[in-house]
Write a protein that binds this ligand. Structure first.
Ligand code: IPD
Ligand code: CA
Ligand code: CA
Length: 272
């Protein structure tokens, strides 16, 4: 079976398991701070995906949020690399029991091979194999229309707007946009961009498992994703992220971000 078909079956099975586990009590722990949560379901889902891949493809590499696989900086850009977030949007999972996704990006010899974002409670699988178009379940996704900032909705987590430095930069983008939205799952924000529901999504820091799956799908419909200074997003390190249709991406980048290059470079260094 091709890796793509295997991954598609695996992500759907992992989603079925999540829906079953949600019928029992969920164990919630905190990670780096009281608002950074992880549950037994995040961990069991990553275990399930990891064990299945290792059984079928023992030579594949794996980067997972909940600790499976190798540290991202030690990944070799050779062969297949799976980048996995078992639940993207854990706060939504805990508080809303919906609006979360399983995200999988697969790279082959350092190049994007396939992306999967599974909106578990809506049972909608967004998926793409590079060069072969993107799909919502079995429905082809349309190529993205270009839009300008003042006629677009943009995705941004409002928490960033209260931060002293990045808040000032992001506020100018929000002020110029038609309005903004926050979905609480980076993978689903990127999917909203890929569907043209958002013109763009910006954030100062994501891990590769947050963006890998969505980015491959976005690229397939003609969207663009870089860091806040226009550099490519790679899966071996965290990044600031700007995704959008090609026109708005260029507009936000040149008008609002490259003009703040020194400040953004200093912020990025502080986060490394
Ligand atoms: C988080 C979500 C959230 C984004 C955070 C991520 P998690 O992932 O994608 O929308 O703002 O930066 O860490 O912790 O729910 O997997
Ligand atoms: Ca995540
Ligand atoms: Ca997660």
């Amino acid at each position: 079976m091709a890796v793509y078909d295997f991954a598609k079956g695996l992500v759907i099975e992992a989603g079925n398991n999540i829906r079953k586990m949600m019928q029992q009590d969920i164990d919630i722990e905190t990670k780096s701070n009281p608002n950074d949560l992880v549950t037994n379901v995040d961990k069991a889902t990553e275990d399930f995906i990891y064990n299945n891949i290792m059984e079928n493809y023992p030579d594949h590499q794996f980067i997972g949020e909940e600790g499976h696989g190798r540290p991202m900086s030690e990944i070799e850009q050779k062969g297949m690399v799976w980048v996995i977030d078992p639940i993207d949007g854990t706060l939504n999972f805990v508080h809303q029991q919906e609006n979360f996704a399983i995200s999988i990006g697969i790279y082959n010899d350092g190049k994007p091979y396939a992306g999967f974002v599974y909106d578990v409670m809506r049972d909608i699988l967004y998926h793409a194999k590079t060069g072969q178009g993107a799909f919502i379940n079995e429905q082809p996704m349309k190529p993205l229309n270009n839009t300008v900032l003042n006629k677009s909705l943009i995705g941004i987590n409002p928490n960033w707007l209260t931060k002293p430095t990045i808040g000032v930069i992001f506020k100018k983008v929000v002020d110029e946009a038609r309005s903004c939205r926050a979905y609480g799952s980076a993978a689903l924000e990127i999917i909203n961009v890929a569907q043209g529901k958002l013109g763009a999504y910006i954030t100062p820091r994501l891990q590769p498992w947050d963006f890998a799956g969505g980015l491959i799908i976005l690229n397939e419909v003609g969207g663009k994703g870089t860091d806040l200074l226009g550099n490519p997003l790679v899966i071996t390190q965290p990044h600031s992220v700007l995704v959008g249709n090609a026109t708005i991406h260029e507009e936000i980048l040149t008008k609002h971000l490259l003009t703040e290059k020194e400040t953004l470079t200093a912020l990025q260094k502080r986060h490394q």
